[in-house]
Unconditional design. Structure first.
Length: 205
């Protein structure tokens, strides 16, 4: 039986584990991310994930109480990779608003376009394939991440008539859609970020 999103969120608290437990937990997360990305949520079983890391299926429940809780942990790890990239990029800027938003977009794209399993799992199109009861929790994680960009957009010197929510939607739509057409070689994440921000800047000034 699938727990409600609120129940999963309440249960998915970090555990204090014995030495070596953290490495096993990370191995499970990586295996689950690979399985979910390749076979989808419904096509992946606890037995599949356990087999990938050489564990008995029942041993997984020491780390995660359910497949739903494991999915949430994978999703959170995916989001954390984006947050870390953005934080690192912003540390290298002067704080000038347009420079900051471009740096954040470039960092977002550097993770999104690396072809990794976590990047695919947090993509909004892929999230739609997950259990409906999980969507409120996953969407809350996404919204929390987007608030980093909302703060950056709030600092931009835009025309007062500019709808900053629509600005954010247009920006994220452009960034995330690039995952469908991007091929290495022609453009770098930095090139794409600069072009998207320049286009939005021209419309927002």
């Amino acid at each position: 039986m699938i727990d409600s999103g609120a129940e999963v969120l309440a249960k998915a608290q970090p555990k204090t584990e014995a030495r070596g437990g953290d490495s096993r937990r990370e191995a499970l997360l990586d295996a689950a991310a690979a399985m979910f990305a390749a076979k989808g949520y419904d096509g992946t079983t606890i037995r599949n994930i356990a087999g990938a890391v050489g564990m008995l299926p029942g041993s997984i429940y020491y780390h995660f109480k359910s497949k739903e809780e494991l999915l949430l942990a994978v999703y959170r790890k995916g989001v954390s990779r984006f947050e870390a990239a953005i934080a690192g990029a912003l540390d290298k800027t002067t704080g000038e608003p347009w420079q900051a938003i471009e740096a954040a977009c470039s960092a977002h794209l550097s993770i999104l376009l690396d072809g990794g399993d976590y990047a695919r799992i947090v993509n909004p199109e892929f999230v739609r394939s997950f259990p409906p009861l999980m969507l409120p929790v996953l969407n809350a994680e996404r919204d929390r991440y987007e608030r980093h960009f909302e703060k950056l957009i709030a600092a931009l010197p835009l025309d007062p008539k500019t709808d900053r929510w629509l600005f954010k939607v247009a920006l994220f739509g452009s960034l995330n859609w690039s995952q469908t057409w991007y091929r290495k070689g022609r453009y770098t994440p930095g090139d794409i970020a600069a072009a998207f921000v320049a286009m939005l800047r021209a419309k927002g000034d």
